[in-house]
Design a protein around this ligand. Sequence first.
Ligand code: NAD
Length: 264
Amino acid sequence: MLDIKDSVAVITGGGGGIGLALARHWVQNGGKVVIADVAEKFLTAAEAELKALGGAVATVVCNVTREEDCARLADTAIEKFGQINLVAPFAGIIKDGLMVSPDRETGQVTRKMALADFQAVIDINLTGVFLTVRECTERMVNHNCRGLICLISSTGSLGTAGQINYASSKAAMSVMPKVLTAEFFRRGLAERIRCVAVAPGYVGTPMVKNMNQKALDAILSQVPIGRLVEPEEVAALVGDLYRNEAMAGDVYFIHGGLRLGSKG
Ligand SMILES: NC(=O)c1ccc[n+]([C@@H]2O[C@H](COP(=O)([O-])OP(=O)(O)OC[C@H]3O[C@@H](n4cnc5c(N)ncnc54)[C@H](O)[C@@H]3O)[C@@H](O)[C@H]2O)c1
């Protein structure tokens, strides 16, 4: 079992939501964090909060779609803390919409998802993860680090309507742990560097809480535990996956029993 105490977590999207909850969990358990976010003001507030908890914190303003930003992020972790033990590339966005929307009266398509809305989600949720993970893994290998790459998928990866961009990006997060675990195994790295993904259902972050009440009620009617998953619960799962070195190469769902395709 690994110990979070004194370990170093690199967390993108660390300025808010699940990323910030994970950073809190890490410092509360004696770990050190490097948090990255494109939104500097979120990062500044997060840094103050984590330092008040007594945490060792470094911040990097970083757009995960930029290769040089991700390289700087990984370098910062090594320069400040000497190692990387957890990589949590949690920066992500949604831009929901149907791929094509036919008019109810004419049956003709009147709206379709803009290329920019497809591409923006893929750039951040998929390419941004690839860049973050590639740069951090390179440093983990070269500095002989032990630990976990923990991606974040979603129940949306199973095929939610209105999310062809997001669902496709999150389906990619489910296959990456298998690919990387096989590659690490082939190169004799799998004993010290593991890769998994967590796949939350509906989590109580601004991304979900800002939905209109009707949409939120419809979601909650499908959740047997009767509430949203808390960001702290996702963070605790990541902590458990980090500690337990038998957990590797797979996707771990956390959704309160969400009725996936069944009205139950
Ligand atoms: N909230 C949910 O219900 C839920 C469910 C499943 C998966 N997820 C995933 O969890 C992750 C975090 O989601 P959240 O709900 O905490 O969202 P959030 O919007 O609260 O936080 C996302 C953070 O990512 C940052 N970010 C956005 N684009 C960026 C970029 N280009 N570079 C760096 N940072 C960037 C934002 O500034 C923000 O602080 C996402 O990958 C999301 O897809 C969320």
